[in-house]
Design a protein around this ligand. Structure first.
Ligand SMILES: C[S@@+](CC[C@H](N)C(=O)[O-])C[C@H]1O[C@@H](n2cnc3c(N)ncnc32)[C@H](O)[C@@H]1O
Length: 256
């Protein structure tokens, strides 16, 4: 595994709900309040993300950027990911990365759990006359056939999942990405000291343990480039990982 450190100044690109914030549940459509404890985890997550996008305009969410993520731009510049795809953005939010890819000749699809994220992405795509596709759904049971994509990316979705769902995540990504295809995964790492962010930040070892049976880690970049700006200026250590993975041709047994 190659581990490189990047020092270029970069915008903050990955956020999620504050640490320890309870999952807020939107009232069900019949108006009755849900009984706590009865709602399966995945339904709670769906409601929570739906509510987030329903309550806040997409462009005021802390992770939103009108520009593509620097790790994706780098991967395309370096030809790690090449048109025409097809390429999938997992947890695409309001679709910035998908629309950017589509503008560069990729057949790009965005998937997100939140209806409001997909609606915003479609509106933005419509305004730009983009051919990008957007679909509502969960990465844990994706509405795509086996090996449907030549490449995939995830900019800030994986790290929002609790540990118990990460194995299913890896199996689903391995199912839809073709053997030999690239997967660009970007996440907030365990070393980050800022309180705001994913409640369980994955270490590189945790990500490797779950992804490595189906993917080879080709390159992993670690960046603490924000450490002199924003939260970094307040003395926080900000840890971003971006890994290029390639789908194995055959799934390997887990390392013991
Ligand atoms: C921190 S945001 C990042 C959004 C986008 N990738 C970006 O860079 O702007 C995480 C996104 O993952 C989505 N998400 C969370 N759990 C998901 C799941 N199980 N399946 C699909 N999307 C999910 C959320 O709705 C949210 O839009």
């Amino acid at each position: 595994m190659v581990v490189a450190t990047t020092r270029q100044p970069r915008r903050i690109e990955l956020f999620t709900v504050p640490v320890g914030s309870p999952l807020r549940m939107a009232p069900p459509s019949n108006g009755a309040r849900p009984r706590r404890g009865n709602v399966p985890l995945e339904e709670k997550q769906r409601r929570s993300w739906a509510q987030t996008y329903a309550e806040t305009p997409y462009n005021q969410l802390p992770w939103f950027s009108p520009d593509p993520s620097p790790s994706l731009v780098r991967a395309v510049d370096r030809k790690w990911i090449q048109p025409p795809g097809p390429i999938l953005d997992i947890g695409c939010g309001a679709g910035t990365n998908v629309l950017w890819l589509s503008g560069r000749g990729f057949r790009a699809t965005g998937l997100d759990l939140a209806p409001g994220a997909i609606a915003a992405a479609k509106r933005r795509g419509h305004r730009r006359r983009s051919s990008a596709a957007f679909q509502e759904g969960s990465v844990l049971a994706m509405p795509f056939r086996k090996f449907a994509f030549r490449a995939a990316l995830d900019n800030g979705c994986f790290h929002t999942l609790p540990l118990a769902q990460r194995g299913r995540y890896a199996a689903e990504v391995a199912r839809v990405v073709q053997p030999g295809g690239a997967f660009l995964l970007t996440w907030i790492g365990r070393e980050e000291t800022r309180k705001f962010g994913p409640s369980h930040r994955p270490s590189l070892q945790e990500v490797a343990a779950v992804m490595e049976p189906s993917f080879v880690f080709v390159q992993t970049e670690f960046s603490d480039a924000h450490s002199r700006r924003g939260w970094g200026a307040k003395g926080h250590f900000l840890a971003r990982y971006s890994a290029l993975l390639v789908r194995r041709r055959s799934v390997q047994p887990k390392a013991r």
